[in-house]
Design a protein around this ligand. Sequence first.
Ligand code: SAH
Length: 223
Amino acid sequence: MLTLSPEEISGIGMTSQRTRNRMTSRLRESGIVDERVLYTMATVPRHLFVDEAMASRAYEDVSLPIGEGQTISQPYAVARMTELLLSDGGVNKVLEVGTGSGYQAAVLSRLVDTVFSVERVQSLLTRARRKFRALGYHNIHVRYTDGSWGWASHGPFDAIMVTAAPHTVPAPLLNQLAVGGKMIIPVGREDSQTLTVIRRTRQGFEESQHNDVRFVPFLAGKT
Ligand code: SAH
């Protein structure tokens, strides 16, 4: 089991509170307005979710490699998606597809009651799970699966956040969205995707388009 000293959690030098606050100031300048999101991102230790060799860059507004050809999302993308997810209130139970480093799930876990997160790469999932334990983030539940299928036994979800980009929205995910709930998902080809919000109403689904984004591709199957 991974154990962390208070120094490691709080960060030293390049990972200090001042460095984190600089990150949230930049997010604010980029248009993030939800204070809960900004506060949470100033407190969740992002440097623990990147490779040690990259820790000094953890609070820059860039995506970074996490192994297996995957990346931890850029802080702006995490902030924007979280802000969109929370914007109408009433979000208790969230499904995240694409656990990756675990950082997005960690941020969500401080803002909602329960986070269910699924990942198709076993080694990433194992690492993320250890971090959640070490940090005491006990309201995150993970599963090794192809996220195209969601996690039906825990649905319906108040919100679903997909952190890899499919060409089209997988139907099982739509089915696991509660009425009144919403999905935040980057949709498109590898070089051009649009952050899309899909709301489920009593009548059906309503879609709105937001930022242009660049996520790693949503892939089928498990590895
Ligand atoms: N939320 C992550 C972002 C990681 S990148 C973070 O904060 O670090 C996207 C992740 O989605 C990768 O780890 C990739 O393996 C995963 N992924 C891609 N397609 C998937 C699928 N069909 N099911 C589950 N996870 C998937």
